[in-house]
Design a protein around this ligand. Structure first.
Ligand code: HEC
Ligand code: HEC
Length: 331
């Protein structure tokens, strides 16, 4: 496994090097003056940049594994806490137990090999052999391309190391009961669709961004895929309660009437709001607007294109139930 991954990576690096080289030298009659390998350094940089982009704007690694400020709209990351962990997930957000997001900075992960990290991220088994609670979206990361996972690993290894030990997990049910059967991932088989195919690429981004984890209604602890993206999950931190809306293409109860412009504008405006201080207790949300809004515009457009193709489901959602009914809202 170790050798296989290494050789895939080194052939990838070699390939990127070749591309970089051939782009830089369209005319093969040009003299070859470079003696070192700047192409390799560039591919490492490109991999780091892609990893940073995915971890901060698509896959939510830094969203869950940093501390967030919920006195502001949508809880932006508290600067200086990137990757240190410590956010609590408990019954208020639907978790049967108390799980603190672990520290994923090099202070905690320096002894992990790339294979061990890949296994945790895509199979949900950590270095100690413990099965991770599937709130950590390893089942969706298992469908990402090997290169994307490798880029994310490269990036989290570059985070500033922060010493921080989080309390151990307490589960009220056996972990086996929380983890549905799932195939062992074979990352080498996963294909990252070309951005030239916005619907396919948008689907890949939506899956990698775990949009469905929040937007597909949960019934008895399992997503009801017959109502994929129809919303209805309630989230609370004890201060505010918010229900995930219907983002299917239904024109009455979903976002079927939204133009691409409206969709982009919703992300931009909500991210802007997230930068301003909010009164604790005021209307707030767990939708990580700030992270997603800084996606590339073409990527948000691809997500929009894909969501247009999601089967319409008629289901009316009130995002913020009136305060009187908040206590009764299920969690
Ligand atoms: C929705 C929140 C969420 C997202 C998004 C998320 N994680 Fe996690 N992650 C968790 C939680 C919670 C745990 C602990 C689960 C447990 O102990 O059962 C965890 C565990 C881990 C572990 C195991 C650490 C250990 O010490 O056992 C690693 C490594 C990890 N995550 C990396 C990542 C990376 C990389 C990404 C992005 C590709 C990511 N996570 C995205 C919530 C998240
Ligand atoms: C942590 C849970 C969570 C995740 C992950 C999440 N959402 Fe949301 N989303 C919400 C909640 C809660 C709301 C309602 C409150 C609000 O508007 O902020 C919402 C609102 C929205 C809205 C506004 C819809 C409306 O009717 O106003 C859109 C569009 C949306 N999400 C799309 C997405 C997409 C696309 C993704 C993945 C890239 C995603 N969401 C990931 C929880 C989430």
């Amino acid at each position: 496994m170790q050798h296989k991954n290494r050789s895939v990576l080194s052939s990838l690096v070699a390939m990127l090097f070749l591309i970089a080289w051939s782009c830089g030298n369209p005319d093969s009659s040009q003299p070859e003056t470079q003696t070192d390998s700047p192409g390799i350094a560039d591919s490492v940089q490109a991999s780091l940049d892609r990893g940073r982009y995915l971890a901060n704007h698509v896959t939510g690694c830094l969203d869950c594994h940093s501390q967030r400020d919920f006195t502001k709209y949508a809880g932006p990351i508290i600067p200086g806490t990137e990757g240190k962990g410590g956010e609590l997930f408990d019954p208020k957000v639907g978790v049967p137990g108390e799980i603190y997001a672990p520290n994923i900075t090099p202070a905690a992960l320096k002894d992990w090999t790339d294979e061990e990290l890949t296994r945790a991220i895509t199979e949900g088994i950590n270095k100690k052999g413990d099965t991770l609670f599937p709130l950590m979206p390893y089942m969706t990361f298992a469908q990402m391309s090997q290169a994307d996972i490798q880029d994310i690993i490269r990036y989290i290894r570059s985070l500033a190391p922060i010493e921080n030990t989080v309390p151990p997990r307490k589960l009220f049910i056996p972990i086996a009961a929380a983890v549905p059967p799932h195939p062992k991932p074979d990352l080498a088989k996963n294909i990252k669709p070309s951005p030239d195919d916005p619907v396919k690429y948008g689907e890949y981004l939506v899956r990698s961004g775990s949009c469905s984890d929040c937007h597909t209604p949960m019934v008895n602890g399992a997503p009801d895929f017959a109502r994929y993206m129809a919303g209805g999950n309630s989230f609370s931190d004890g201060v505010f309660t918010v229900i995930s809306p219907n983002i299917t293409s239904d024109t009455l109860t979903g976002i079927g009437k939204w133009t691409e412009e409206m969709f982009l504008q919703k992300f931009a405006a909500s991210a802007e709001k997230a930068r301003q201080a909010d009164k604790p207790g005021a209307i707030n949300t767990f939708m990580p607007w700030e992270f997603f809004a800084s996606m590339k515009q073409e990527d948000l457009k691809a997500i929009y294109a894909y969501l247009r193709t999601v089967k319409p489901v008629q289901q009316t959602i009130v995002k913020w139930p009136p305060p009187s009914s908040q206590k009764k809202a299920k969690s």
